[in-house]
Design a protein around this ligand. Sequence first.
Ligand code: FAD
Length: 406
Amino acid sequence: MTSSTNSFDVVVVGGGVIGLSIAWRVGQEGLRVALVDPDPGGGVSSIAAGMLGPTTTRSAYAEEELQNFNAISAAAYPAFSIELEEVSGMKVGYEHSGGILVAVDAKAGEGPELSFPAADGHRGDGVRFIESVYKYQASLGLPVQMISSEQCRLLEPCISPQATMAVLYEDEGHVDSRRLCQALVRACRAVEVNIHLHRVVHLITKGREAKGVLLDDGRQLDAASIVLAAGAWSHLLNGLPEMVVQPLRPLKGQVVRVRSRMDAVYEVPSRTIRAHVNGRHVYVVPQLGGQAVVGATLEDEGYDTSVTVEAVHRLLHDASLVVPSIGGMEVVNLGAGLRPVAADNVPMIGASFVEGLFLATGHGRNGVLLAPATAEAVCKLITKGVVDESIRPFSPKRFYRETDGS
Ligand SMILES: Cc1cc2nc3c(=O)[nH]c(=O)nc-3n(C[C@H](O)[C@H](O)[C@H](O)COP(=O)(O)OP(=O)(O)OC[C@H]3O[C@@H](n4cnc5c(N)ncnc54)[C@H](O)[C@@H]3O)c2cc1C
């Protein structure tokens, strides 16, 4: 099914976890698919910590529907990762080992207390924070359980004795997002997706119909369906008619990947640990090979992806107060990426006002989690013309009123 022409059934713009998952699924249906990205997996998707949690980004719009979508995608992960590992021949590090949200009283901690500002303006109110999160999530019917600091340390002995109170999430997984992206590239190739290591410089339209895309090497790819999955850059594509893609906010996040130098059991937690340390948030997500991702900042800095000394310092300082063994670990790498955030914090998935142009972007803080369900729904939409109920609230058209184009 390789195409020597520049004509495809589907062109996917952007090869992050969202675009790659869609291209793979559509390719499996036997359609001729092209995916265009100068560096597939090189966007925020490989920076992500890989938490597959039940927590929701709070949003005034469609909160319940988003929670439902999170749950659908989390439930799809075991089969998704097994299939991907089989096809790609590589491990993606999926584990359904649970998560813990814990408060740590840093004043009584062993490490030096530095004067980093509190993220939510308070200090030392971790217990109140944990209780409020617990109440909110329990009210949504999520399977959460309050546990004592003793129970917490029995489950995860690497957690500091200064832990005060915790919430246990038994139904939570994690994955290695870098490996996930690499495996998805292999899976796409296995179903003969044409991967073009180029940038799309223009969307080609005729009237209100999408016809194809122009690449930075001057080639044109024609297709009946174009999927725009270019993350935080999606709305910047030249040639997009006005009021088709609501501008996205690039919300920067920095992470540090560390590795245990000892072969010691309990050095790295087996569950995802999210912590509240003196009003600041930090997490430690276990990964394959004794590694863990420590994250993350939330910065409204435009399209800057530099890694800063202050952020790395703060993350490692706070993470060491929660999991003291981190202080002795090796730094594997540092990274920063841009979360694609829509105006109402809810993804944009589905048909646009331009015929043949579909959007799959705006996944914010949960794009890795939402990749399987997004890919499934977009594939159904393109191959069968059916809008899955799960994505109906996320229509990109919700921001605009339809006009007759005159
Ligand atoms: C620090 C941090 C931690 C995170 N942790 C988690 C987590 O634990 N769990 C979770 O679910 N989510 C997490 N996220 C969020 C997650 O990373 C994103 O929601 C997700 O990766 C978005 O995927 P994407 O494919 O839409 O975007 P991207 O991965 O950014 O992919 C977009 C792609 O489009 C390409 N592109 C852009 N413009 C063009 C063009 N003109 N032509 C061709 N290609 C183009 C880019 O090169 C890029 O590869 C985290 C994010 C950050 C920053």
